[in-house]
Write a protein that binds this ligand. Structure first.
Ligand code: THG
Length: 264
């Protein structure tokens, strides 16, 4: 699974303060901790409170790249901020994200082409998130069709079915899982799938347990990437074990250690 570290997000107090005051220390610390934990990408989100998201994203990209060359996922609804970040990225990045809305796709897809970035496409449009899997899949198809128009192959698109907290959107859980399963049938080659994993347990009790359980279920449906708490060792152990059960890695008694050690 492609592990995308969620922690450099202005929603967290220490990171939000660092961005606001130009203090690099918490950013450097979380970049290094997540890379050490095995992150394949680092998600960068300046947070809702940022007064100048374009400048903040540029600063965040530069600051993270002072300590690591780990590829970055630029997480913003402000596409000028995404572009400012893309200009600075040393490695091909992930654009997080674009909904199934024509004007936004027309802004984002050429940027993806120019900067060789992959894209996270959200299964939502201006009307919001469809209630069922069919509605989500129809929007995923719109994103894929637009990508093809702009000469971006399906493998460079990650479809996000959008995960709602289980305590407020319980009926969405099975629909999101079904979306993950069926995205694979939309094209050949197929797009990839991604989720914001921690969304599932926001404001719930037993958060780590809810996250782990959802991870195993989503992986069984074919999930390939997650924006997640990569510093949760038990969660990483769940990913490693699910890969063994799905026959993606070869079993050995030390499989947990082997998975933790990958890429280090
Ligand atoms: N899809 C895509 N991108 C996303 C999301 C998604 N980006 C943001 C988010 N969702 C994924 N990242 C997080 C990061 C943190 C939390 C949830 C998802 C989280 N934060 C604590 C909370 O809200 O309780 C904050 C705790 C604190 O303040 O210390 O849970 O779905 N494409």
């Amino acid at each position: 699974m492609i592990l995308i570290g969620e922690r450099i997000n202005g929603m967290f107090r220490d990171v939000g303060r660092g961005i606001g005051e130009g203090d690099k220390a918490p950013i450097h610390e979380w970049a290094l901790r997540q890379v050490k934990a095995g992150a394949d990408y680092l998600d960068l989100n300046v947070g809702p409170a940022s007064e100048n998201p374009v400048q903040a994203m540029a600063w965040l990209v530069d600051t993270v790249q002072e300590v690591t060359d780990c590829p970055l996922s630029l997480d913003s609804t402000n596409y000028d901020a995404i572009e400012a970040g893309l200009k600075r990225c040393k490695r091909p990045a992930l654009i997080n994200s674009v909904p199934a809305e024509r004007a936004k796709l027309e802004r984002v897809l050429p940027m993806a082409k120019q900067y060789r970035a992959s894209i996270i496409g959200l299964a939502m449009d201006a009307k919001g998130i469809p209630k069922d899997a069919d509605g989500r899949l129809a929007l995923a198809m719109e994103i894929l069709a637009a990508a093809m128009e702009f000469d971006i192959p399906p493998e460079d698109i990650f479809i996000d079915p959008l995960i709602l907290p289980v305590n407020v959107g319980q009926d969405h859980g099975p629909e999101a899982l079904e979306t993950i399963r069926q995205v694979k049938l939309l094209s050949n080659p197929a797009p990839k799938t991604v989720v914001g994993l921690s969304n599932i347990s926001q404001k719930c009790v037993n958060r780590p347990l809810v996250d782990r359980t959802f991870t195993a279920m989503a992986m069984a449906c074919g999930l390939e990437a997650a924006i997640m708490n990569v510093c949760d060792d038990e969660l990483i152990a769940t990913v490693a074990t699910a890969r063994i059960i799905l026959n993606k890695d070869i079993y050995c008694d030390s499989y947990l250690k082997v998975y933790k050690g990958r890429g280090l």
